[in-house]
Design a protein around this ligand. Sequence first.
Ligand code: HEC
Length: 275
Amino acid sequence: MKQIITALVACMLCAINIGAVAGPEKDRKAVLEHHKKNLPNVKFEDYVYGALALNPDAKAQYDEIMSFPPYLNDMDTAKAMWEKPFGNGKTFASCFPNGGKNVAGGYPYFDNDAGKVVTFENALNACLKKNGEPELKYGSHELTLLSAHAKSLSDGMKVKVEVKGAGALAAYEKGKTLYYSRRGQFNFSCAVCHINYAGKFLRSEQLSPLVGQAAHWPEFRAGTDATSLQERFKQCQKNTRGVPSELNSEEYNNLEYFITYMSNGLPMQTPVFRK
Ligand code: HEC
């Protein structure tokens, strides 16, 4: 009997070992290798520029816009929101280590007690709740702007999303499955466009690679409209005639968890402007 138990324990350990070899880190390296083969001229740190990394003219235009970005007024508003004291006199900075500096790169994370993925915007809302303030609607202009300022405090921090434990791994795997599932009338998966066809043109738009996509949100589009990463998921699903999920749904939060893991090791850039 003892021998059987020993054998079982040994086998459990071997399964864990196999898990450690398969898992998220192996996925990330495989996707990166795939990109490297198809896009040999892109340096690792340049993946944060998305499709701009593939087009020197567009990148030059972008650099010019970023020298005096059109969203400066919005960012002033965002900073004021972050700094405004709550009714109890505390501020958002009180809810995060280091006053909120260099923390956003660790989001989303898996909360074992709650059994779910927590995004950075969830953490901002949790802070409001903890301090007796009304939460902000997910996807609202206000929450996205607030997030833009709060994340700018982590500008340059390397993305370091962790997937530890069974619950975290299950959430990651669900996000990954969604990324690779073909959906919508056009029967596309996210992976077809952003892994297989990354760098190719879809009408006038060049497709960004998966690696780096999550390191620069929220972004300001077409002037001063702050857009969140999950709103971009919606747009891509609509473009392929799919039915988008709700913002902050378990599905989208898991997807964000997977996608952000794929940007691990890249420096965050928030906010940015995109056309
Ligand atoms: C038919 C092709 C197609 C599919 C399928 C698709 N996208 Fe996109 N996606 C685009 C295009 C085009 C853009 C704009 C150009 C770019 O930045 O890649 C884009 C942009 C994005 C961006 C912003 C990139 C950046 O750096 O600003 C993200 C994030 C994204 N897509 C995620 C997804 C996710 C998640 C899915 C699956 C739910 C998905 N996409 C499915 C075509 C697609």
